[in-house]
Design a binder for this molecule. Structure first.
Ligand SMILES: NC(=O)C1=CN([C@@H]2O[C@H](COP(=O)(O)OP(=O)(O)OC[C@H]3O[C@@H](n4cnc5c(N)ncnc54)[C@H](OP(=O)(O)O)[C@@H]3O)[C@@H](O)[C@H]2O)C=CC1
Ligand SMILES: CCCCCCCCC/C=C/C=O
Length: 334
């Protein structure tokens, strides 16, 4: 018998998540596995922005959703032997009994490929879902061309920091938008050509700061945040510009987003905007991971992680990420 712990969603979110929304519970697993089942023990867990809006469609009493890196501790599945490390969407839990046949195609667990000298936690960041969000969401939807100007919001986070570096690899001029001077300094170290600390310039100063940072206008916008930042970028897009709408974290804690009417820009500048969910590319998942790993090995792609220690601190790490406490990928080490 194995006793695990899990975080349960016990009260609907209202604004920023609080302690009262979560409860830590125990769960018991039998040692008796059925054919094709395996048991895991978590090593690293991910806290991601999507958990905030997604949980609103789950009933209270559901375990918190999310990805993790875990070790297989018992198995009756030939592809998941004892001792293997896997990625799985097992939720905020220390242990999980898995039968892959019960999971949808786009959420199948997989044994981690070798990351060489790099930590396994990267399977939650640059070598996992956020890295693939950057790789596919930027390259496929923005179709960047050498010499173009790319703006990335949420630029110092898990997705944005990779998008900006890929844009540099493609020969673009890159402007990153982030919430502190320290984050902006890191982005310039990564090779970003210009940065804007949106908190420092404020809503009223953002358009002018963008004009300075991107004097030739914007050809591609990778949008992680929505809100006034995105409206300002939209108004400075060039003819035939492309916008990849990845996320709108600026309103995840609000019941309703403030709506602007941007349609005129789309008509007269003939813009193209497309939203996406990264699992759209689940059949090409390993292609993204291999490309990002290759760039890391070649010294062309750098990553950073913000690691919180202790499974009991999952809610704290989640709220910290939602409020800008992380640089690069936010993860929790059990
Ligand atoms: N479409 C898809 O398939 C996917 C979408 N996403 C989306 O990508 C975005 C980034 O995710 P991810 O890289 O994991 O998260 P990050 O690592 O970027 O962490 C979230 C960051 O958002 C920033 N932020 C918080 N509030 C605001 C605000 N009001 N305005 C601007 N920035 C804010 C904070 O940085 P700062 O200090 O700069 O404010 C914070 O660090 C999210 O919107 C997420 O939902 C992620 C994965 C897949
Ligand atoms: C039950 C876990 C589902 C995991 C899906 C991961 C896809 C994240 C898509 C993110 C969208 C916006 O942030």
């Amino acid at each position: 018998m194995v006793v695990g712990r899990k975080w349960v969603y016990v009260k609907p979110f209202d604004g920023l998540p609080k302690d009262e929304n979560f409860r830590l519970e125990e769960e018991v697993f039998s040692d008796e596995l059925k054919e094709n089942e395996f048991l895991t023990e978590a090593e690293f867990l991910s806290v991601d922005p999507y958990m905030r809006p997604y949980m609103s469609s789950y009933p209270v009493g559901t375990s918190m959703i999310g990805g993790q890196v875990a070790k297989v501790t018992a198995s009756r599945h030939p592809n998941f032997p004892v001792g293997a490390y896997v990625f799985g969407n097992f939720g905020w839990r220390t242990h999980c009994l898995v039968d892959p046949r019960k999971l949808p195609a786009e959420s199948q667990p997989y044994v981690l490929p070798s990351f060489g000298r790099h930590p396994r936690s990267l399977a939650l960041g640059v070598l996992g879902m956020p890295g693939n969000t950057a790789y596919f969401g930027f390259l496929e939807l923005c179709q960047p061309k050498e010499g173009e100007t790319v703006v990335v919001s949420g630029a110092a986070g898990a997705v944005g920091s990779i998008v900006g570096q890929i844009a540099k690899l493609k020969g673009c001029t890159v402007v990153g938008v982030a919430g502190t001077d320290e984050k902006c300094a890191w982005l310039r170290e990564l090779g970003f050509d210009a940065t804007i600390n949106y908190r420092a310039v404020g809503e009223s100063g953002f358009a002018e700061a963008l004009k300075k940072a991107a004097p030739k206008g914007v050809d591609c916008y990778f949008d992680n945040v929505g809100g006034y930042i995105s409206v300002a970028v939209l108004l400075q897009m060039n003819l035939y510009g492309r916008i990849s709408v990845c996320g709108t974290i600026s309103n995840y804690n609000e019941a309703r987003a403030q709506v602007a009417d941007p349609q005129r820009e789309f008509v007269f500048k003939q813009l193209r905007q497309e939203g996406f969910i990264v699992t759209r590319w689940h059949k090409r998942w390993m292609e993204g991971i291999e490309a990002n790993l290759r760039w890391i090995e070649e010294g062309k792609l750098t990553y950073q992680e913000t690691v919180t220690k202790g499974f009991e601190r999952m809610p704290e790490a989640f709220v910290s990420m939602l409020t800008g406490g992380n640089t690069g990928k936010a993860v929790v080490k059990v």
